[in-house]
Write a protein that binds this ligand. Structure first.
Ligand SMILES: [Zn+2]
Length: 394
């Protein structure tokens, strides 16, 4: 066994109805004035106000910033930072799915150290502690509440930049399964499969350790056995709790073990064609699982048994059975059949032509190769392999 190291310096509260712990946690943190960074949907549902009311009950002021789009941009980070600075807040509540989390982390950096989020792109460029964050996810999920990454889209170069630093880990996280019960089925499916892929990629990563494996295995079991139920009925609170806990464990697992080709390749797809993150991952997963099958050393059987209602034994299992089981799962939860359909579904200006997509394959592969996740994918990949995988996924 190779040497491995871990530390989990966060305070995490998990439980149905635990949003009510927000005032207590804000006081523990010593905050007096919050900026709640959230999305327009949660604001409409009155949840942002609910959070602000909880804070008001202990005399903590709260301003809000909710103008956040999917795949949030550098400009959105600038606007939210301006709001934070003019509000006089002293901590941030990141409330929502992956987008508000990513923005909140970036604001936490830029509000403290100045400049633009692009100045902190890459690994370990954040000089020290950032504005304290309380993360409250409302999807299950990105796992962003427990990861040291912020992913922001730079439209000037069609690129999703990543800020990676342990300084941006939220100090506190609150995971309340009641918050995810209002998600539409399509969001529950896309976010749920994304969380599953976090665990799956961490599990087969060459950087996996017994610590990340333990979390990834539990995450895959929780999500794999509950995702269909949860997509079918988001008010199934038992399934919602399993999804939320699974997403949390998957997030910690991939913080340590990193991800793989699915995430390396999905970021350019979202940057070029605005395909939602979870959907882009889901349409790439079967193709990459097939490519990686050659490197499998027994883990595929575990993954298979997590997503199939009936278990298989080692003597009857072949890795291709996992590829088929993944396709079946994606179909069951309503994921588009392939990348071409996903790109067209996401298009705001009509059909995207074959030629248009083809012309993007090389630049997307170039960007995918820049991701650190390629290096820990179980099967080695060159740019030509990535281009082949994109074509196969189309
Ligand atoms: Zn993801």
């Amino acid at each position: 066994m190779e040497t491995f190291n871990f530390s989990e310096p966060q305070d995490i509260t998990v439980g149905k109805g635990s949003l009510s712990k927000l005032p207590e946690i804000a006081k523990k943190l010593g905050g007096k004035h919050a900026l709640i960074i959230s999305g327009p949907h949660l604001e409409k549902m009155g949840l942002v106000k609910k959070a602000a009311d909880y804070l008001a009950s202990v005399d903590i002021k709260a301003d809000t910033f909710t103008d956040i789009e999917a795949n949030p941009s550098v400009t959105t980070v600038e606007k939210a930072t301006a709001k934070y600075l003019e509000s006089g807040a002293d901590f941030i509540v990141a409330f929502g799915g992956g987008s508000p989390m990513d923005v909140a982390k970036a604001v936490g950096v830029v509000a403290k150290y100045g400049g633009s989020v692009t100045d902190y792109e890459g690994a370990h460029k954040v000089p020290g502690p950032i504005v304290p964050l309380i993360a409250i996810p409302t999807t299950a999920g990105t796992g962003s509440e427990v990861t040291a990454f912020s992913v922001i889209t730079d439209h000037s170069r069609n690129y999703k930049l990543t800020v990676f630093s342990y300084e941006i880990l939220p100090k506190y996280a609150i995971l309340d399964a009641e918050l995810i019960t209002t998600a539409p089925a399509s969001v529950a499916a896309a976010c749920g499969i994304d969380a599953f892929i976090h665990a799956e990629e961490a599990y087969v990563s060459t950087a996996a350790s017994p610590f990340s494996d333990a979390l990834a295995e539990k995450a895959m079991a929780l999500i794999g056995k509950n995702i269909r139920r949860f997509v079918a009925n988001r008010n199934d609170i038992e399934a919602a709790e399993a999804m939320m806990t699974g997403s949390l464990f998957a997030g910690i697992a991939f913080s340590f073990a990193r991800l793989g080709n699915v995430h390396a390749m999905s970021h350019p797809v979202s940057a070029f064609f605005d395909v939602p993150h979870g959907v882009a991952n889901a349409v790439l997963l079967p193709v990459i699982a097939e490519y990686n099958a050659l490197a499998d050393h027994g883990k595929y059987l575990t993954i298979y048994n997590d997503i199939r209602p009936i278990s298989a034994y080692a003597d009857e299992f072949e890795p291709m059975m996992l590829v088929d089981a993944i396709r079946e799962l994606c179909t069951d939860i309503g994921i588009p059949e392939n990348l071409t359909i996903a790109i067209n579904n996401a298009s705001k200006n009509g059909t995207v032509t074959k030629e248009e997509i083809e012309s993007r394959i090389e630049p997307m592969a170039v960007d995918a190769m820049k991701s650190g996740n390629i290096a820990v994918n179980p099967r080695a990949s060159r740019q030509c392999d990535i281009e082949m995988l994109y074509r196969k996924a189309l």
